[in-house]
Ligand binder design. Sequence first.
Ligand code: AMP
Length: 418
Amino acid sequence: MNDILPKEITAWHAIEAAFVRISERYNYQEVRTPILEPSALFVRSIGDATDIVEKEMYAFTDKGGDHLSVRPEGTASCVRAYVEHSVNAEEPISKWFYKGAMFRRERPARGRLRQFHQIGAELFGDPGPYSDAEMIAYAWDVLRELKIQNLTLLINTIGGPETKARYRETLVEYFTPFVTELSEDSQRRLETNPLRILDSKSPKDQGMVAGAPTLLSILSDADKTHFDTLLKLMDGLNIPYTVDHKLVRGLDYYSKTLFEIQGQGGELGAQAALCGGGRYDGLVKGMGGPDVPSIGFAMGVERLLLAQHVALDTEPQGAFIVVQHESLRAEAFRLLQSLRSAGIVADADLRGGNMKAQFKRADKSKSKWAIILGQDEMAKGVVSLRPMQSRGDDNTNNKAQEEVPIAQLLDRLQTLLS
Ligand code: AMP
């Protein structure tokens, strides 16, 4: 669980702002749900035979005896809120996005934390496949807005609930003869959740997984049409993708369309999932709501930060007041507050000190202009404005410096900073 220090926060803000921008472009609105939920919510939705529920949830009994968990993901809470507030009675389609901390007791590694942050979205009320394509395009646009390169988009379908049940049986038949050769986890999953064997990272399982039957042969006609239409729409969008029939993803509630966007290189290193998503048509009903089809995605912000190759430098803004002499500090402080009252980003070194040290602070503050208060100038009723960018190290580059009457300072600054 990481601290995010102020020096890192600009990159976080940039990611969150880009996400909000693209979400609004797609007409999504933010939802905020509690971080604590009844444990049963996650067990019922994510599934009791998943890694998250079996091993990773921070679950506890509170002082009143309630079983609660710190949320491991966002979809379950969104669905609970959607059902609890009967949102479907107000509108046929709901487009929600969220951002926030999630908690999973995973083995920590690069890009894998126990408290991590997701940005995600859910669309309720549209059975697809157009909305599937829109959802993938939305996720893709977020990554493009963040200038993340080397992306791989994988798409699969696991069919509706009946197909999924039949595929389960097919996999059990296929893996059972090899059961003793499977990894320990996969042996257990053969009974609890055979689809998850396809997700196995164990080298022991790889050969058997590669030869496993795909779901294609048992897809219903409706599922096939859904998937084919989605792929045609994707072709029209010019978003490169690969169909990967081994993509099953770790959560039980998925049906039909699944997708994952992976990144690679830079600080991220080897290929890693940046975004996971899919359709979960039965979940709203399963949580006691109406039969409302839904689809969503979630991205890990820490991974996006690792994948982002372009340094996000902040634009300098505002003004920093520098005083030539101790006697001007009270005047400088009054000026500082009047600039802030007028809505200007302003700062000063309130400890005073020599000019060189004050300019150092001004540099650190990334201010666009320095306002210099000198005794002679103040006597004439003027201050000096100096652009921070063109200043030489020795503070002697006065080329672009200008004198401004104090009475006009606010107007002049507003013009210069606009
Ligand atoms: P999931 O909710 O498992 O589908 O994950 C969606 C995305 O969240 C993944 O693609 C990752 O980018 C991110 N993510 C999941 N688990 C973690 C974790 N433990 N640490 C950091 N990011 C994570």
